[in-house]
Write a protein that binds this ligand. Structure first.
Ligand code: GLV
Ligand code: MN
Ligand code: MN
Length: 397
C-alpha cells in the first residue's frame, strides 16, 4: 500500500461534491468509514490494533507493554467542509513511514505506534482535541460526557453506545515515550523558502468562548425599530468589535459559527448563540483582547436592551514543543526551518501533559486550511514521509 494508494482510498470518504469539502464528524458515517480504513491498514501490516476508552485508534508495531513508545499520527475527523489534508496527512504518512522503515529491514528497539485521535476538531461536540484531552486527563470525564452536538445528543451517550467509557488513561499515557505529529502546514510559512518540510516550534495560546445574546422575538413588519430588543444587532456589533480588538491587540479572533432562533426571515430573533475562537502568540495579549471583546459586547447589549453572556468552553495556554527534540529533529532534517503555528493539535495537548512532542509541517502551496482549498503536492507529501521515517528511525533505533 503506497502513500498514493492509501490517499486514493481515503479521498472519497465524507467528501461533499457540492463544495469539494469534507464532513467527517466523530462517530458519524464518514468518520466510521475512516476508522474502518485505519483498521484495515493496521491489519494489512500485521500491526496490533487497539481502540482506547476514548475512541482513539492505535496500531502497534512491537509490544506496547514494553513502553517508551515512539508514537506518530494525527486525526481523521474534519471541520465542516474541511480540506483533505488536515489530520489524514499525518495518519497516512505514519503508515507510509512504517512501510519505508520496514522495506529497509529496520528493527525498532522501542515500540512504534500509529495513532488517530478522536474529535480533534471539536466539530461535533465543540471542544477541540477531545480524545487526547480525555486520554491525558486534561478534561474531566463528567464535563466531556455532558457536551452535546447540534442535535442535542450527548457525547457520553454517543460514546457509550459505541462501546467506549471516556476518561483518563494514565496507563496508556505512560507508554508514550515521544509523540511526533506530521501535519499539513496551515499558513504560508513554507511557500517562499524553497523547503517542503518544517519542524514545529510552539502552538499559540488559544480558546473558544460561547456568546449568548438574548432578546425578544417580534414581527419584522409591525415592530417599530425603537421597540425592538434585537440580539442580532448586538451579535453583529460583537463581530466588528472582535475584528477591531484583535487587530489592535496582536491577536486573531473569529466568529465562524452561529445559531439564530427562531431563524425566521420575518421575525426579530429571540436568541443568537455564536462562538468566538481567539488566539495570539502571547497569552497576555489573548486575555486582554478577549476581555476587550467582552466589554464591548456588554456595552452594546446595554444599549440594545438585550442580554449578553460569555462563557469559556475550552482554553489552551502557551504550548512550546520540547526544545531539545525540536533542535535535534531540525538538525536531522537538513536544518529544517522551525515554524510556530496558530492552529491547535493533539500534539499540543500531549506536550502540555509532559510528553516530549514534536511536529513536522508539510508545505501547503495555497496557504489555506479548514477549507477545500487546503493542499499539498504529492512530491512534498512523499518528502514528508521520508522526513517522518528519518525521525522514527532516529528515535526508535
Ligand atoms: C484545529 O485545527 C484548530 O486549530 O482549531
Ligand atoms: Mn484542523
Ligand atoms: Mn489537524
Amino acid at each position: 500500500m503506497s502513500f498514493e494508494e492509501m490517499w486514493r482510498d481515503l479521498a472519497p470518504v465524507g467528501r461533499y461534491d457540492a463544495t469539494g469539502g469534507y464532513r467527517r464528524y466523530t462517530l458519524g458515517a464518514a468518520e466510521l468509514e475512516c476508522r474502518a480504513w485505519f483498521r484495515e491498514e493496521a491489519a494489512k501490516r500485521g500491526l496490533t490494533l487497539e481502540t482506547d476508552r476514548n475512541g482513539n485508534l492505535w496500531a502497534w508495531w512491537g509490544d506496547p507493554a514494553a513502553g517508551d513508545a515512539v508514537v506518530t499520527g494525527s486525526h481523521l475527523d474534519s471541520v465542516p467542509d474541511g480540506g483533505a489534508f488536515d489530520g489524514p496527512l499525518g495518519v497516512v504518512s505514519a503508515f507510509a513511514a512504517v512501510d519505508l522503515l520496514r522495506s529497509e529491514g529496520f528493527v525498532p528497539r522501542r515500540p512504534i505506534a500509529v495513532t488517530a485521535f478522536a474529535e480533534e476538531e471539536g466539530a461535533r461536540f465543540g471542544i477541540a482535541c477531545l480524545g487526547s484531552r480525555l486520554l491525558a486527563g486534561a478534561i474531566s470525564a463528567e464535563k466531556a460526557a455532558g457536551l452535546t452536538d447540534a442535535a442535542g445528543v450527548r457525547f457520553g451517550d454517543v460514546m457509550a453506545e459505541a462501546g467506549f467509557d471516556p476518561g483518563p488513561d494514565p496507563a496508556l499515557m505512560a507508554k508514550i515515550g515521544v509523540y511526533i505529529e506530521l501535519h499539513v502546514e496551515q499558513g504560508r510559512g513554507l511557500i517562499d523558502i524553497g523547503r517542503s518540510v518544517a519542524v514545529g516550534e510552539a502552538i499559540w495560546p488559544h480558546g473558544r468562548w460561547r456568546l449568548d445574546f438574548t432578546g425578544e422575538a417580534n414581527h419584522a413588519g409591525t415592530t417599530r425599530l425603537e421597540d425592538r430588543r434585537d440580539p442580532m444587532l448586538t451579535y453583529a456589533n460583537t463581530v466588528l468589535a472582535a475584528r477591531k480588538k484583535a487587530a489592535q491587540g496582536s491577536a486573531v479572533a473569529t466568529i465562524g459559527k452561529l445559531v439564530c432562533e427562531p431563524n425566521g426571515t420575518n421575525a426579530v430573533p429571540s436568541r443568537v448563540t455564536a462562538w468566538l475562537d481567539a488566539r495570539a502568540p502571547k497569552e497576555t495579549d489573548l486575555h486582554a483582547v478577549v476581555a476587550e471583546i467582552e466589554r464591548a459586547s456588554a456595552e452594546r447589549a446595554a444599549r440594545d436592551e438585550t442580554g449578553f453572556a460569555m462563557v469559556n468552553e475550552s482554553y489552551t495556554g502557551d504550548t512550546p514543543f520540547d526544545p531539545v527534540l525540536r533542535d535535534r529533529l531540525a538538525l536531522l532534517l537538513n536544518n529544517a526551518p522551525v515554524l510556530g503555528t496558530g492552529a491547535g493539535h493533539d500534539a499540543g495537548v500531549l506536550s502540555v501533559a509532559g510528553v516530549p512532542t514534536a511536529m513536522l509541517f508539510v508545505r501547503n502551496p495555497t496557504g489555506v486550511s479548514h477549507s477545500p482549498a487546503e493542499y499539498a503536492e504529492i512530491p512534498d507529501c512523499l518528502e514528508g514521509v521520508i522526513a517522518l521515517a528519518d525521525v522514527l528511525r532516529e528515535l526508535a533505533a
